[in-house]
Design a protein around this ligand. Structure first.
Ligand SMILES: CC(C)(COP(=O)(O)OP(=O)(O)OC[C@H]1O[C@@H](n2cnc3c(N)ncnc32)[C@H](O)[C@@H]1OP(=O)(O)O)[C@@H](O)C(=O)NCCC(=O)NCCS
Length: 159
């Protein structure tokens, strides 16, 4: 049995471990270190905008999704982060987390969920397309990554 629960700052180390183990395509290319990931997680908690939800199975946190409850436009919100440990990928956990956040957003009165990802992130783009997200536009220079892959693509789903 799995549970999806709200997370807080106490989970930062576990979230960093999930980010590290999710083998995010650009983080791998950029050799992003755990220390850099932790700095980023602390920054995001510090901003106080993002809501964090974790997927737990047998008391182990194996994936998480986050929501920022506003986005340019009317009744729009943004899935800011999504990660599942590599060893647990391909088993429907990413889809389950996205369904959870879409239902959550719908209950809060939102009508569209947006998500950015890297233009070069072929696997992640396939995932979003598979679960019903439509390509909106691309934004060169959106990401400040260390490599040249700075173009973001924006996806959207009506909920
Ligand atoms: C993207 C991610 C969250 C997907 O999670 P997951 O648990 O592996 O995905 P699911 O098992 O729920 O897959 C849902 C659907 O997407 C498809 N899909 C998932 N990964 C895919 C891939 N690498 N290539 C093609 N299709 C893929 C699956 O086939 C599945 O469709 P199906 O049920 O019809 O077979 C996970 O791969 C991950 O953590 N990646 C690294 C971090 C990342 O890129 N996060 C997004 C940041 S923008």
């Amino acid at each position: 049995m799995y549970k999806i629960t709200k997370l807080n700052r106490k989970h930062i180390d576990e979230l960093v471990q999930i980010d590290y183990e999710s083998e995010h395509e650009n983080d791998r290319k950029n050799n992003t270190t755990k220390a850099e990931m932790k700095k980023e997680a602390i920054r995001r908690f510090g901003k106080g905008q993002e809501m964090f939800f974790g997927y737990t199975e047998n008391k182990e946190l194996i994936g998480y999704v986050t929501l920022i409850p506003f986005f340019p436009g009317y009744k729009h919100c943004e899935v800011y982060w999504l990660a599942v440990r590599k060893k647990n990928q391909g088993k429907g956990i990413g889809r389950t987390l996205m369904h959870f956040i879409e239902n959550y957003a719908k209950k809060k009165g939102f009508r569209k969920v947006f998500a950015y990802t890297g233009k070069n992130m072929k696997k992640t783009r396939k995932f979003y397309e598979k679960i019903g997200y439509k390509f909106v536009n691309e934004f060169p220079g959106y990401y400040g990554y260390k490599t040249g892959n700075t173009t973001a693509v924006l996806y959207c789903k009506r909920i």
